[in-house]
Every structure is written in C-alpha cells, then in structure tokens.
Design a protein around this ligand. Sequence first.
Ligand SMILES: Cc1cc2nc3c(=O)[nH]c(=O)nc-3n(C[C@H](O)[C@H](O)[C@H](O)COP(=O)(O)OP(=O)(O)OC[C@H]3O[C@@H](n4cnc5c(N)ncnc54)[C@H](O)[C@@H]3O)c2cc1C
Length: 431
Amino acid sequence: MDKNGHVFDSRCYSEPATVFIMVAEAPAVEFSLDLNDEQRQLQQWVHGFAEDVMRPAAAEWDEREETPWPVLEEAAKIGIYAPEFLAHAAGDGTGLSLPIVIEELFWGDAGIGMALMGTSLAVAAIAGSGTPEQAIEWVPQCFGTPGDLKLAAFCVSEPDSGSDVAAMKTRAVYDEAKDEWVLNGQKTWISNGGIAAVHVVVASVDPDLGVKGQAPFVIPPNTPGLRQGTKFKKHGIRASHTAEVFLDEVRLPAKCLLGGKEKLDAKLAKAREGGVTRQSAALATFEATRPAVGAMALGVARAAYEYALDYAKERRQFGRAIIENQAISFTLADMKMEIDAARLLVWRAAWMAKNRKEFLAAEGSMSKLKASEVAVWVTERAIQILGGMGYVRDTPVERFSRDAKIFTIFEGTSEIQRLVVARAISGMHLQ
Ligand SMILES: Cc1cc2nc3c(=O)[nH]c(=O)nc-3n(C[C@H](O)[C@H](O)[C@H](O)COP(=O)(O)OP(=O)(O)OC[C@H]3O[C@@H](n4cnc5c(N)ncnc54)[C@H](O)[C@@H]3O)c2cc1C
C-alpha cells in the first residue's frame, strides 16, 4: 500500500514476456471513455509517485543534466520501473492504461519521465519484432532489478539519417562461417545511448532495399565494439541522457537478430521481388509508440495548464485576480479544451492500436502531432499567464516549456507526421 492508501503490487502480474505475447492474441474491446476501477486505481497510484517523488526531484535533475538513478531506484522499488508493470499496462485490452500511466509520469516531470520510459522504446521493438523466446530472454535484462537497475536504448537515428530513415548507413553483414552478424556504423541522439545495458540497433542488411532492407538487432550488455560518443547538452528533458553511439566491428550471435534469420530472409526475398512487405522495423516500432509519445506531451501540457490556472486565481493586478480578465480566462479555457481534444485522439489511437484497428488515416501519427503541438502551445501560454514568473526557474513553468518542445521533434517531427497523415488520407506517395 502506498501512502495514499492505494494497494498495488506488481508481483501479482504474470511473467512479463508472457504478457507481451498474450497481448497480440487478446479479444477486441469496445471503445469507452469510462475508466474502470483498476484503471482509476492505477492512475491514482502513479499520480501519487509523480507528485511525491518526481515533482520534488525535478528541478535538481534538470539542473544536473544527469540520469536520476536514485529516482529510478525508487520507481523500481515500488514496481513502476519493472517489466511486469509495463507488461501489465500494455496488456490492458482497452489500450488506455498505458497512456494514462505515461500522462501521470510526465505530469510529474518529463526529464525523469523520459529516463524511466526510454527503456520502453527498446522493449517495444523487442516485443514487436522479436520471437517469444527473445522477449523472454531480453526484456528483463532491459530493466535489471531494484538495487541493480539497467536501462535500454533504441537506436535508429544517424547523423545523415533522421527523418529520412531509408538513408541509414549502419550496416549489418552476416558472417556465415561463424553464424554471426557484424555491425558497423554510427547512431546519434540516442536516449540512454551508451549507458544502457541493452541496445536495440536498427541496421541495414541490404541497402538497395531502403527501409525494407533494414533489421533490428539486440546488442547484449558489455558487447565489445559498442561505445558512447558525445553526450548532448539539451534544451529540455535534461534528466534524460542523450548521446551518440558508435558501433565498430560489433559481433553478435545469430540469436540477436530480432525475429530470426529465416523471417528476415523471407522478408528480403519478397522485397527484392517487389512484393508488399510489412513496414520497416524502425517505422513499425514508431507507429506503435506514437500514441504513447502523445500521452507524454499531454502530461506536460496538463502540468502547465494546472499551474497557470492556480496562478491566475492567486495573482492580483489592478485590484483583481488576473483570471477575472477575459484575456486570461479565455486562454485557460482554450488550454483545457485543447488538452482534452488531444487526449481524445491519444486514447482513440491507443485503443485502435490495441484492438488491431488499422490506422487508415494515420491516427497514431495524428495523436502524436496534435498532443505535441498542444503541449508547445499550452506551455508557452502558461509562461505568458505567469508573466515574469513564467520566464524564470523559480516556477516549473519555464521547465515545462523547454521540455514540451521535444515532442514535436523526436519519434518523427511534426512535418513528418503531417506527411504520414497526408499520404494516408490521399493514398498518394506525397513528398
Ligand atoms: C532528445 C532527443 C532524444 C532522441 N532519442 C532518440 C532515440 O532514443 N532513438 C533514436 O533513434 N532517435 C532519437 N532521437 C532522434 C529523433 O528521432 C530525430 O531527431 C528526429 O527524427 C528528426 O531527425 P533530425 O534531427 O535528423 O532532423 P532532420 O530530419 O534533419 O529534419 C530537420 C527539419 O527538416 C524537416 N524535414 C525533414 N524532411 C522533411 C520532409 N520530407 N518534408 C518536410 N520537412 C522535412 C524536419 O521536420 C525538421 O523540421 C532523439 C532526438 C532528440 C533531440
């Protein structure tokens, strides 16, 4: 039981990798905005952690620009940073538990939230592209255990391949004699890059096939040839580590190719014949995780809106609270409306993804695009409502604004999301 009286014990969950496997076979669930008791309890429990542990630590780790290991340990100790927890949230047939949990964590703090959730992108790639045996082997290693925590990283971006994933230069070559893969290349902007125990790296196996010639590999802990390059100093989410990763003659046993060689060979053969193949490993992972990024943005937007609302009721100028001016109250009304509208898109996309409804209008991208732009707009408005107090680090609103900007950039920029939506609704390969 936590200090708010919520009983929640991650040990009651099924074995994590099993849940990831069961997820794919779950029966369809109708869409509903009514949270059930378990979802409400989960929301309150995570909110308690966000309020009591993350909020008080947020400013310090933002200034330090370091991974907040003590906070991650706290999260692991109570079961929030654990494969069982992620599997349980991801296993909810309505699709809503995961965005609910993520929104609360990012309401607590986006930098610490990203340090916590960075691992989940690699886990999504393993669960999405790997075999059940690979999920069972690698997912627990992505998290470690309380007292011996580990992180994971998902490595796609490169210096010359950001939005243009097909331009990827990192190569994976199969050494038949040794039944090993050899990886060489450079990744950049990698959350947890170099400090992660497990890196999932997307590499090109057949560059002539563009994204269809790419495959994801697990790089186990302490593999020779993988090293961290520059760690970036960032505008926001500064408690989350972002760095370059270099791969120099990294040799991997065959079992590290997610999905296995037989499946990859069949995919490559189909692509060479010009047949329709599934999306690239990188794009498939991003499509599945976009509603989750939308939920991150919602958390930051809601934090800024709530702070600005309270401030507007307290702050007095011209003998009245500033909220008594329509310029302020109408702005707050719009902020609330935009956040709620964005949440509806995020929840719809999360439900669709969970219930295997095809994103015919790129609803996943739409949800991430709307929520990220709402977060940037709401946090900027919050600064305006606070005036000078919004511009300094004495209040968290300045940090919320810096943090919000990342959501329009990573996992596909706003422009790329618009392109994905435009292609989906037109059926044309627009540029
Ligand atoms: C803090 C942080 C964490 C990150 N974490 C990860 C991670 O863990 N793993 C990972 O693989 N990557 C990660 N990234 C990388 C991120 O996904 C890329 O930065 C993003 O995809 C954009 O690529 P880019 O920076 O190369 O920009 P570019 O692709 O160079 O784009 C620059 C500008 O051009 C625009 N543009 C490009 N192409 C088009 C087009 N066709 N039409 C219209 N506009 C276009 C873009 O929208 C953008 O405005 C992270 C980035 C940051 C900053």
